[in-house]
Every structure is written in C-alpha cells, then in structure tokens.
Ligand binder design. Structure first.
Ligand SMILES: [Cu+2]
Length: 170
C-alpha cells in the first residue's frame, strides 16, 4: 500500500514538474528536502469539488507525538463546503484546529467545522487553521507522504496527500 502511494506521488510530481514554481518556497538551508521536492504536491485536484495546494505536515520532534498539517483548499462549486472531520491513520486523533490570541498568548482549539466558501479558498497555515495530529504512532520523517481524509458535513470525503517537511522550514 505504502509503495503504491509513493509511486503515485512520484508520478504526480513528475507530471506537475512543469508547473512547479519555486519562487514562493524557501528551499535554502535544508538539504533533506531534495527528496521532498520530488514528492511534493503543488496542486492536487481531488475531484470536481475540491483542489488542494501546498499540502504539508511538520516532521515530528523526537519524543513528541504531535504534528500539524497545512494546505490551501479551493472550493470549485457554487455551494460552501463545511469540513467537519479529518482522519489519518498516522495518529490516534486528527482534528481541525484554529489558533487564536488569548491574553496576548497564542492558544488553539478544535473547531466544529471549517467552511470553504463557494468558489473560494481557505488556507490552513501556521497561527491559523491547521490540522492537528495527536498521538502520532510512528515518527513523521521529512519526505514521507501521509494521507489525510477530510470529511464534509454532507458525508463527502476528500483524500489528500501531505508531504512531511523538515522542522527547519518553520
Ligand atoms: Cu492545534
């Protein structure tokens, strides 16, 4: 299964290589990303409904079983999409979170739903919405691909591939 996912990832990466824009990414200072740039998905057209860009997750720190995932989601339909659940086999619990300021400190909480406006976008990014992986089973290593299933309130599921990025990226 893992092998299948990887070969699809490589095929996709090759296919998208021509559209790959390096200018928006900082590739300096982390040699381990040589592998990442091969498997990194700039754009994943999931289906007629959703496009995902720049989906990535943080590598885990040794001994810490928590990670976060980020991506830009584009809704291609005339109806809003409400994501109510995220699932991944890499962690005991995967949740949709949002960071906010509380008493001048950053805090975060689980959100019940994340709305992608009709014909609009939402970005999961540091200090904002993100996926939270808690109870990560095996350390997430840079270059690894992990699958996350996003579930909408109408039951529709979207499988997204996230590339694990080195901690130095943050
Ligand atoms: Cu969080």
């Amino acid at each position: 299964m893992k092998k299948t996912v990887l070969s699809i990832a490589l095929a996709l990466a090759a296919f998208q290589a021509s559209a790959h824009d390096h200018s928006t990414h900082d590739h300096s200072g982390h040699d381990a990303t040589a592998a990442n740039t091969k498997t990194y998905h700039e754009v994943q057209s999931i289906n007629d409904v959703l496009t995902v860009e720049n989906a990535h997750a943080k590598a885990t720190i040794p001994g810490v079983k928590v990670s976060a995932g980020y991506m830009k989601l584009t809704n291609k339909t005339d109806e809003p999409i409400r994501l109510v659940e995220a699932k991944s086999s890499v962690a005991e619990h995967t949740e949709i979170h949002r960071m906010f300021m509380r008493d001048s400190q950053m805090a975060m909480r689980k959100v019940d739903s994340l709305e992608i406006p009709a014909n609009g976008t939402v970005e999961l990014k540091p200090k904002d919405y993100h996926l939270m992986f808690m109870g990560v089973k095996d350390a997430l290593e840079p270059g690894q691909e992990i699958k996350v299933t996003l579930v909408a309130d109408n039951g529709e599921k979207f499988d997204v591939q996230l590339t694990v990025m080195p901690m130095t990226k943050y």
